[in-house]
Design a protein around this ligand. Sequence first.
Ligand SMILES: [Zn+2]
Length: 305
Amino acid sequence: MRHLLLVTLFLSAAISFADEPTVKKVLYIGLDGTRFDAMEKAATPNLDALMKEGIYSDTCLILGDRYQKNDTVSGPGWSTILTGVWADKHGVHDNSFLGTHYKEFPHFFARLKEVRPDAKTASYVTWEPIHKFIVSAADETKNFEQKEHTTADYDRYDHEAAVAAVKMLKEGNPDALFFYVGQIDVAGHTNGFHPTVSQYIQAIERGDALVGDLVTAMKARATYEKEDWLVIVTSDHGGKGTGHGGGHKIPEILNSFLIVSGPSAQRGKFEKQVYLPDAPVTALAHLGVKAKEEWKLDGRVVGLK
Ligand SMILES: [Zn+2]
């Protein structure tokens, strides 16, 4: 009888543990100006592991079929990656940030909070305009970019951003966390965006190590076993020579990549065409937020099981 009671107690405990719903969370990573062919050449064990544990595209387009009038630079790119709409809607056509429509087409943190007001959001970047113009509805938002812009300076800023993101992952309870790496783009502008350019490759490798720091912190969370993290990684544009502006007909600039990784992600390589605005819409879907018709989002949910 005593045995039976113990077995019953054990079983009911096991069942109640299994019944607890997992908490869905998103780690959203942006690697500015990163070409996929250079990423393949570089030693990137952390990005490789994310691809293996998910689905990826090496031809994620940075311009839509409907609209292509914006420049192929960071302002419109990150606006699209963070709002889920193309430039005719968010209004950012270059890096001047004149004519923004972020009120009507806000950062996906705002959409998340519209549906789940208690959700926690955080953003750590090394490009000030993201912090200053694009981010909204963040519980914590920090920019680490300073005046000096050599690749070495930027490596320091990216490290500081990663340290802050890791601290939030360890000590906080974010539902959606955005982390941005800037030094790869800086190395591209300084030395060239190409798989044969060692400075560009090394910057990608340092960026990969920072991604590894965040993923390690995520997996070390005390509550990790009860969480279901989706990791999304993408870039705002590629590059050719030492630039990427005016790249409307240049495949090396137009093609970004997209990684959707984690237990809830599909496996393998995307067969259909994916686009930058698919990234935030997929993040929202994982977080239980179905896009409303009136939000007029251009992205679709891609790569989830
Ligand atoms: Zn950029």
